[in-house]
Design a protein around this ligand. Structure first.
Ligand SMILES: [Zn+2]
Length: 305
């Protein structure tokens, strides 16, 4: 695969994650939670899973599932395995599991405790930090977590944010259509996988690079000719929070701070675009992630009652 690389172009601002919550489902969740709390003699946290879909930029929350088997205390909650099976059953029966999925979690905090996530939440409940450690990165959605305060009907939504800063320089290249056909074949070869590793083969001249491509496997990561990775996203465009998970995962596995990154978008059988980037990672942080609050769009704000 020969690619003629032309000059760098600074890549502009990437879109941020946006969140839309179905107002009536959220309202229903508040009413339901209030009823459960009233039925108990002492406050115990309660919660469950949030279902919906993701289009690359927006996470839509359309349903709240209650985990009646969760292990709860006055200040913590641990979800049962059963709720994940229930959610998958529900998705299969009621809606297409290919478009809708588990997009996150919700839980209720004790009255007077606000809606800031606790240390236990960060350690045990917000589990997507494991995406940074997994062998092959396959996050399907940008996960979100709702924390509700039933008393004043307030809620906050959190999502994982990578703390390293990634600077993406877009490389201008010649017509990419022939590479699209190579990539499409690769995707069809193993449909479940959406990523690959890029190796430097030889440098013909200063701006022509020859790449070879291999499966994203742990034992392929230590090769000294590894220069980057390719990731396909089955969306039109993606938000930076989501993209950074893949970039940080690659860095975690290889310790490379500078690498090539091929990003393709669109349906897997009909790749719309490929972008080629030279990426540089800046980090002064010990920890590579945190969680940040994201305000949902206007239409999902519920009225206090
Ligand atoms: Zn909590």
């Amino acid at each position: 695969m020969y690619i003629k690389l032309l000059h760098f172009k600074k890549y502009g601002n990437r879109p941020n994650l946006s969140i839309v919550v179905d107002k009536s489902s959220l309202n229903h969740c508040f009413v339901f939670a209030k009823r459960i709390i009233k039925s108990k003699t002492q406050f115990e946290e309660l919660g469950g899973l949030a279902l919906g879909y993701f289009d690359g930029i927006t996470t839509y929350i359309t349903k709240f599932m209650y985990d009646k088997n969760a292990i709860t205390s006055t200040s913590s909650i641990r979800f049962s395995l059963k709720i994940f099976t229930e959610a998958r059953c529900y998705l299969r029966k009621n809606i297409s599991p290919t478009t809708q999925c588990i997009v996150g979690t919700w839980h209720v905090h004790p009255p007077g405790y606000g809606t800031q996530y606790s240390t236990i939440d960060k350690e045990c409940l917000f589990q997507e930090k494991w995406l940074l450690e997994t062998d092959v990165p396959e996050p399907k959605t940008q996960k979100v977590h709702l924390i509700l305060n039933v008393k004043n009907k307030h809620f906050d939504i959190y999502t994982m944010k990578i703390l390293s800063h990634y600077k993406l320089n877009k490389l201008k290249t010649y017509d990419m259509s022939k590479y699209i056909s190579i990539f499409t074949q690769f995707l069809n070869y193993d449909y479940s996988e959406m990523c690959a590793l890029l190796y430097k083969k030889e440098e013909k001249d200063s701006d022509t690079q020859v790449f070879s491509i291999l499966k994203f496997r742990p034992n392929n990561l230590s090769n000294k000719n590894l220069v980057g990775f390719w990731q396909h996203f089955p969306y039109k465009d993606i938000c930076s929070e989501y993209e950074d998970i893949f970039l940080e995962h690659f860095h975690n596995k290889t310790k490379l701070d500078k690498f090539y990154y091929f990003k393709s978008t669109g349906d897997s059988k009909d790749i719309k675009e490929i972008f080629i980037f030279k990426v540089k990672r800046y980090s002064s942080m010990g920890c590579s992630f945190d969680f940040k609050s994201v305000k949902p769009s206007e239409e999902s704000i519920i009225n206090k009652r």
